[in-house]
Ligand binder design. Structure first.
Ligand SMILES: [Zn+2]
Length: 474
């Protein structure tokens, strides 16, 4: 199978799985709208503020091992790699979540006659509403858990009549999905409703992924965006576009006709994200470096700049995938100019304009220069990468020359960001970046760097991951 046919097959599989729905029917795909839906309140967990999240283990006839898993919901900041601490780090401290774990709600078996084996999916999830109505009834009557205690915040930072967040943990043989259940779920307690539910098995990254949907992030399962928790990378941060849209990134604009010598600290250590051009079509650049939460390595396979081409005029069309189709999606990683995905941007790389205008990107022409999607040259470039340290406070910082889109007939305005002055304990003034691709040793996202047909392998990996390891994470 050729690379192209593999990708087309992937797209066809996804398209074939989408059920036909009447225009006025509730749309379960809104769960992954990548910030396009108007139904922000009921669909989403607030991305900032102090939330109280309810975690409900539900057993359908067997205990999948809840006791060994629930430490992941320890709300303390010094508890290491936990649900709350992952999102604290992702949000730069803007999203602070208390988690309250209910006692296990036990059923003898799957109580539904319309959803066999409680195998929740986009096709069946709305028919499963009575199961969840029963879960909330029993939480209230048997455990005294009232929804009014779980509306601490809202999109505007104050209680809004919608539960801040609800996670339902189920066993291994069910499916992970994060639907906006409110159109069919008839649960109101103390004036508070449940908008969406992150349903997950006992896998920490699956819980984080599904809750990412509750926040509004879409899937990124194709090779065109391999560095996101929302896609084929389990141990990754959320992608930069999602973090920008959630308001978790400090964005520095490099507008038309300007050139910036940017000092780029690691984005999750407080570094800025750079936007080249203006919506709807633009590029985002972040410095992505590995880090630890407790003893857990996150973003272990990265270590350099990630450049993402964004076209917000597109909605994720299939399965809510923001990176589909790969030749013209809403978000696409474009940072390695030779088309290889074996590493991200490190010194020596450059992302440059095309030599000449060319046609629009297509399945046959998946160029990786900085042309606009219509094929005309943008003038955008990311070049002159050099390691630069301001001291112990910001190791792995990078200086790069970022050029915004062309201003016709004029010379770019140039500026230079100062490096922060080092503070704290003395350290080496130079912290050189490891120029060896770290992927071979750490390999959390993509495997061996030696094989050639990366897009094909990653597309197949996406299928494999979706079909096996995560079973049915949606
Ligand atoms: Zn998903």
């Amino acid at each position: 199978m050729t690379r192209l046919s593999a990708l087309l097959a992937l797209g066809c599989l996804a398209a074939a799985a989408v059920p036909a729905r009447a225009d006025d029917a509730p749309n379960p795909f809104e769960y992954a709208d990548q910030f396009h839906s108007d139904a922000i309140g009921p669909n989403r967990a607030p991305p900032t503020g102090h939330l109280r999240v309810l975690v409900v283990p539900v057993s359908f006839g067997k205990d999948p091992g809840f006791a060994d898993f629930l430490d992941f919901f320890d709300p303390r900041e010094d508890a290491g790699y936990t649900f709350s601490n992952f999102y604290r780090r992702q949000s730069g401290g803007l999203l602070d979540m208390d988690t309250v774990v209910a006692d296990v709600v036990e059923f003898d078996g799957c109580p539904s006659t319309t959803v066999p084996d409680c195998a929740f999916s986009v096709q069946t999830i709305f028919e499963a509403a009575p199961i969840f109505e029963e879960v909330f009834r029993r939480l209230r009557e048997e455990q005294g858990i009232r929804l009014g205690d779980f509306d601490r915040s809202g999109q505007d930072g104050v209680p809004d009549g919608w539960a801040d967040g609800v996670i339902v943990l189920i066993g291994e043989w069910e499916r992970a999905i994060a639907p906006p259940i409110y159109p069919v779920l008839e649960v109101v307690d103390q004036g508070v409703q449940v908008g969406s539910i992150a349903i997950s098995d006992l896998d920490r990254e699956t819980v984080l992924h599904e809750f990412g949907h509750n926040l509004g992030a879409a899937d990124q399962y194709l090779w065109s965006h391999p560095y996101s928790l929302m896609g084929i990378c389990d141990d990754c941060s959320l992608d930069v576009h999602s973090r920008v849209k959630l308001g978790w990134a400090d964005v520095v604009d490099v507008p038309t006709g300007t050139e910036l010598s940017a000092f780029m600290a690691p984005a999750l250590d407080g570094g800025s994200v750079y936007r080249l051009g203006e919506p709807p079509e633009y590029w985002l650049v972040e410095n992505r470096q590995p880090y630890l939460i407790g003893d857990k390595a996150v973003d272990a396979a990265t270590g350099g700049l990630i450049v993402v081409h964004v076209d917000e005029s597109l909605s994720p069309p299939v399965f809510g995938q923001a990176n589909y189709p790969s030749w013209h999606p809403m978000t696409r990683v474009v940072d390695v100019p030779d088309g290889s995905k074996r590493r991200i941007f490190v010194p020596g790389d450059a992302f440059l304009p095309a030599a000449a205008d060319h046609g629009p990107r297509s399945a046959e022409d998946r160029w990786l220069d900085s042309a606009w999607y219509d094929g005309s040259r943008s003038g955008v470039s990311v070049a002159d990468l050099q390691p630069e340290s301001s001291g112990c406070e910001t190791p792995d910082s990078i200086r790069a020359t970022l050029t915004g889109p062309n201003a016709v007939g004029s010379t770019p305005t140039r500026s230079r960001e100062p490096s922060p002055v080092a503070v704290g304990t003395p350290c080496s003034p130079e912290q050189p970046i490891d120029e060896t691709p770290p992927l071979a040793s750490l390999g959390a996202c993509q495997g061996s760097p030696d094989a050639a047909p990366w897009p094909l392998l990653l597309a197949l990996a996406a299928l494999f991951v979706a079909a096996t390891r995560r079973r049915a994470r949606a």
